[in-house]
Design a protein around this ligand. Structure first.
Ligand code: THU
Ligand code: ZN
Length: 295
């Protein structure tokens, strides 16, 4: 386990510390907390639902990779299944700051990758920036989404984002995380290409229509895939490489362990992810091979 996660857990107060030590030492721990574990943590600690989520934030923030700001943001998204998904910010040296992933985006895309179709509440250790408020406004269930910060009452997203601009302003009804299958197929019999294609089929790109997915294979042969999450305000969109990197980071696989990457996107679309994907990968390690499939 990453040292920062061990440290975060050792800094929790008892008995949450001992209970979390058990949970994270399980071989199936995947930076999520099941609804059953959450209920039992609440019973053992006597903490309310909100206080327990806030108490867990240091564990989420321990996944942060922030070499530029050294500012460690943690977020916890709860899916409609009741499962909690950790997320943390990720920064990339050598490329534009706009390639960064915010903790909220990390937690939400983590829940999305693992099959959630809506988010009921978000718990964050700092007030969400304007860009994250806009990103969350794209979500399935955004009008009911609760945001919980430490030492504050829960508030609705729309109290943080009054008079929102959103998908409806552009005539779009499909929200981010709603189940979708774009039905594209790849003929190549390669697991990495198939994973990137499966991600492409779940992508949310109603504005550019450039559905897209990335799959990363690590040196041990594990595959992490990510789908493109577009936003009505365009700039807060989360590229597919970033979503795949979220999956990899939360599985505690380091950037140094990337073996190869596949990017799938639409051929002749109005935008392309190719140059940004190449730029970020090159900044991580110029030797990472990137295969590109425009379908
Ligand atoms: N950050 C977040 O993760 N969420 C927010 O809403 C505020 C800012 C991150 C982005 C960057 O990695 C660092 O904090 C400094 O802005
Ligand atoms: Zn933000």
């Amino acid at each position: 386990m990453r040292a920062s996660i061990k440290e975060a857990i050792s800094g929790l107060s008892s008995p949450l510390k001992e209970e979390m030590e058990k949970i994270v030492s399980s071989p199936v721990f995947d930076a999520t907390i099941s609804p059953e574990d959450f209920t039992s943590l609440s019973l053992v600690t006597g903490l309310s639902d909100a206080d327990l989520r806030v108490a867990l934030l240091p564990v989420a923030a321990a996944y942060s990779i922030a070499p530029i700001s050294k500012f460690y943001v943690g977020a916890i998204a709860r899916g409609t299944s009741g499962r909690l998904y950790f997320g943390a910010n990720m920064e990339f040296e050598g490329v534009q700051l706009s390639q960064s992933v915010h903790a909220e985006q990390s937690a939400i895309s983590h829940a999305w990758i693992k099959g959630e179709t809506a988010i009921t509440d978000m718990t964050i250790n700092y007030s969400p920036c304007g860009h994250c408020r806009q990103f969350m406004n794209e979500l399935n269930g955004a009008d009911k989404l609760e945001v919980q910060l430490p030492e504050r009452d829960a508030m609705l997203l729309h109290q943080y984002l009054p008079e929102p601009f959103g998908p409806a302003d552009l005539g779009i009804e499909a929200p981010l995380l709603a189940p979708v299958n774009h039905g594209m197929t790849a003929h190549e019999d390669d697991a990495l290409i198939q994973a990137a294609m499966a991600a492409t089929n779940r992508s949310h790109a109603p504005y550019s229509k450039n559905i897209s997915g990335v799959a990363i294979r690590d040196k041990a042969g594990n595959i992490f895939s990510g789908m493109y999450a577009e936003n009505a305000a365009f700039n807060p969109s989360l590229p597919p490489l970033q979503v795949a990197m979220v999956a990899m980071n939360l599985a505690e696989v380091r950037h140094e362990d990337i073996q190869d990457v596949v990017l799938v996107e639409k051929a002749n679309a109005v935008i392309s992810h190719l140059q940004d994907t190449q730029a970020v990968l090159e900044a991580l390690n110029p030797d990472i091979p990137l295969a590109y499939l425009a379908v």
